[in-house]
Design a protein around this ligand. Structure first.
Ligand code: MN
Length: 730
């Protein structure tokens, strides 16, 4: 059984070697504190629990982090597994240590599982996002490494799930952080549990060839060493077999047996300076035969994870190819410990997260390939806190902007889910729909077919553009009448607030100009837009404010200059003229918006009737329009009003005719020519073929009144193969 003393001594020895300046007094205090807290607990193998934090701390020391990180490692399981609190740790060891322990605890509690391969990157991002401080990630990796080393005491199920997680998250992170040594160890242990048969195959092959391999490696090593010593280059060189998992991967990807594998030997030459590296390279190529195409200069072009070395593959007199890696001691340190190796450069730069992150950012920004770019993104998330990762009940990860709520989540799943949402569960508890989501939360959206749809408040609650857009779309589509009413009152209130006359909007001259400025075809559309949130009332009024003021001023001037010249009109005529809007007089209503119904497109001369719309204004229909057929119904009758054409109307009216035709070449041209000859302004003209050699032509044009319309219709009916006509919809 392992003992406290053995682990404690081992950790202290490593501290003396790797971090001689560490504060031993406080480290001893933390060891005592943790030992006391974990007093009653045992590891699965029966040894005292404290040896785990000691071992984790030792790994952190090997990485070369700082005293706070060592304390964080020693205390990393205290909050989770004992009665220790963050406050207590903060009081005893400082807030920065407490923050590290708290960060590790959060990662321990989080469930990093996803069944989908495509989600692994999100999983790793979530891990990073939850960590906040890169030291938390490093302590957690150390924690996992020690747990992997003692994996034999776990149940088979636990072994498999932990090893999967290690392969999915911890090994890739160690790789990206440049911690080659830890990555290899994590992979090899995982493989042992995940594919024991292949693992054992490789191991027994390697064991069986051990003597042979060692003899080979010794020969090569001696050859290299002799040459370098003879020319006076200080060096440390040694050979090794590549790690088991990389051999396993090579066998898989190259589909080869282990004895067919090309390069399982790697030699390292570590020297003092970069010029020495290139110098050594020359001598290696002189001693052995170069394998073409295998030379890589990672010194001038470092790998994204900061790795630097020269790589070359050569063949010796035995005919066995092997790789040689040439690097300086500093590069070697970086290759072994990655990001952690750079920790010491930061020492003395002062405290504070920002500075901590500064060098990580610099480092990561220097990473260039796409893989790394994504990783830079993920670390930036960590640093800038702009994303949150949550789970669906089925374990799919959804990434949302930081601060998102269940509303954002629901619309991220599907707009149908959002629109029928009636509530939400966060981590299996009913939660308010404005709850801020945290990394790792599991969100379940409660929906109902009878849901009333989103509320307007949601637009203020949700954080994602996606949710906002979808909610707006819903309002746009589902609630036109309500939008128009809502938007209209908002618009009127704003007009009132800034002191503009509402009547100007229905002024026959100014009104259409204002609409054009607002880029709408009619006022109802504009009100609807305000209603669903596509446009704010303040913005709308702001856009037309100057025009209105100008128009009001101009009208006041007109009155002053025009009135003396005019004959005094009788009061009845003045009154009646005020009623004329768009060439139509609405009886009994003093001033209102007029629009022509698109369904029947009335023109002067048509018998017409007006309908008071719920949104705004009077819509004018032809008396024979199907939509006006039920105007005598008691429910509707109050909203139908009598309207008539004003005689002096000069404005053109748009109307549409549909022509039934027998299909033939040149017919479209004939129709167009007829319209041109009649000097009619055509707005649209198109034909559509129907089955059985028939077609329908639709022509939209401007007329002054129904007399002109009938004249044109007759001309069109005179064209050969035009067999019928009817008034269409505009
Ligand atoms: Mn632990």
């Amino acid at each position: 059984m392992e003992t406290f003393e053995a682990h404690y001594d081992s950790m202290c020895a490593t501290i003396r070697k790797r971090m001689p300046n560490a504060d031993m007094a406080v480290i001893e205090q933390a060891v005592e504190y943790a030992r006391n807290k974990h007093k009653e607990q045992k590891r699965k193998d029966g040894s005292p629990y404290i040896i785990h934090p000691l071992a984790v701390a030792e790994i952190v020391v090997e990485m070369g982090l700082d005293t706070d990180a060592i304390l964080g490692a020693l205390l990393h399981d205290c909050i989770e597994d004992t009665d220790a609190s963050r406050e207590e740790i903060s009081n005893l060891f400082g807030s920065s240590v407490a923050q590290l322990v708290d960060g590790v605890t959060k990662l321990t509690r989080a469930n990093f599982s996803s069944t989908e391969q495509a989600q692994m990157e999100n999983l790793r991002k979530m891990f990073m996002a939850m960590s906040k401080d890169i030291r938390v990630v490093l302590i957690k990796i150390a924690d996992r490494l020690h747990n992997m080393r003692t994996m034999q005491y776990q149940t088979p199920e636990k072994q498999i799930s932990k090893c999967r997680e290690t392969m999915d998250i911890y090994a890739p992170l160690a790789h990206r952080l440049g911690m080659q040594k830890i990555k290899w160890e994590l992979e090899d242990i995982s493989l042992r549990y995940l594919d024991p048969a292949d693992y054992n195959n490789i191991m027994s092959y390697l064991n069986a060839h051990k003597e042979q391999d060692e003899a080979f490696m010794n020969t090569i090593q001696n050859t290299i060493n002799q040459r370098l010593t003879s020319i006076g280059i200080q060096n440390t060189s040694y050979g090794r077999i590549k790690h088991v998992y990389s051999i396993y991967r090579k066998m898989q990807t190259q589909d080869k047996a282990i004895d067919q594998l090309y390069d399982i030997y790697a030699f390292r030459v570590i020297v003092d300076t970069i010029p020495d590296c290139y110098n050594v390279l020359g001598h290696i190529h002189d001693l052995f035969n170069l394998v073409p195409g295998r030379f890589k200069d990672y010194i001038s072009t470092p790998k994204p994870n900061m790795y630097q070395s020269l790589h070359t593959t050569v063949i010796g007199s035995q005919g066995i190819p092997f790789e040689v890696q040439i690097r300086t001691w500093e590069m070697h340190e970086t290759a072994e410990y990655g990001i952690a190796a750079h920790w010491k450069y930061k020492q003395g730069a002062g405290e504070g997260n920002e500075r901590d992150f500064e060098w990580v950012r610099r480092l990561l920004e220097s990473q260039q390939d796409s893989d790394a770019e994504e990783f830079v993104q993920s670390l930036k998330i960590d640093m800038f806190d702009d994303e949150v990762f949550v789970y669906t009940p089925k374990g799919r990860i959804v990434s949302l902007p930081a601060g998102s709520t269940p509303i954002d989540f629901a619309y991220a799943i599907h707009s149908g889910v959002g629109n029928s949402m009636i509530g939400a569960k966060v981590n299996n508890r009913i939660a308010n729909i404005d709850t801020t989501l945290n990394n790792g939360d599991i969100i379940e959206i409660l929906t109902s077919r009878g849901a009333k749809g989103p509320s307007r408040d949601w637009l203020n609650i949700c954080k994602s553009n996606q949710a906002r857009t979808k909610i707006k779309q819903w309002f746009k589509k589902e609630k036109r009448e309500e939008n128009v009413a809502h938007g209209r009152s908002a618009f009127e209130a704003e007009m009132k607030r800034v002191g503009l006359p509402l009547s100007i909007t229905i002024d026959p001259e100014v009104g259409p100009q204002l609409l054009k400025k607002l880029s709408f075809d009619d006022w109802e559309d504009m009100y609807a837009a305000i209603g669903y949130g596509g446009l704010t009332a303040v913005k709308a009024v702001g856009r037309i404010r100057d025009d209105i003021n100008r128009a009001v001023k101009a009208q006041a001037n007109d009155k002053l200059t025009a009135s003396p010249l005019r004959t005094v009109p009788d009061s009845e005529a003045v009154k009646r003229n005020r009623h004329i809007v768009n060439g139509v007089i609405v009886e009994d209503i003093d001033s209102c918006m007029i629009k022509f119904a698109k369904c029947c497109a009335p023109v002067p001369g048509d018998a017409i009737i007006g309908f008071i719309t719920k949104g705004f204004g009077v819509s004018v229909h032809r008396c024979d329009c199907p939509n006006a057929a039920h105007r005598d119904d008691p429910i509707q009758s109050a909203r139908w009003v009598r309207v008539r054409w004003a005689n002096e109307s000069a404005q053109p009216f748009e109307t549409t005719l549909e022509l039934d035709c027998i299909t033939r070449d040149g017919l479209l041209l004939d129709v167009a020519t007829t319209m041109t000859t009649a000097r009619v302004r055509v707005k649209e003209l198109f034909g559509k073929d129907l089955p059985g050699g028939k077609s329908i032509f639709t022509v939209k044009f401007e007329v002054a009144d129904v007399t002109e319309l009938d004249a044109i219709r007759n001309k069109l009916l005179n064209i050969r193969d035009v067999v019928g006509s009817r008034r269409g919809q505009n």
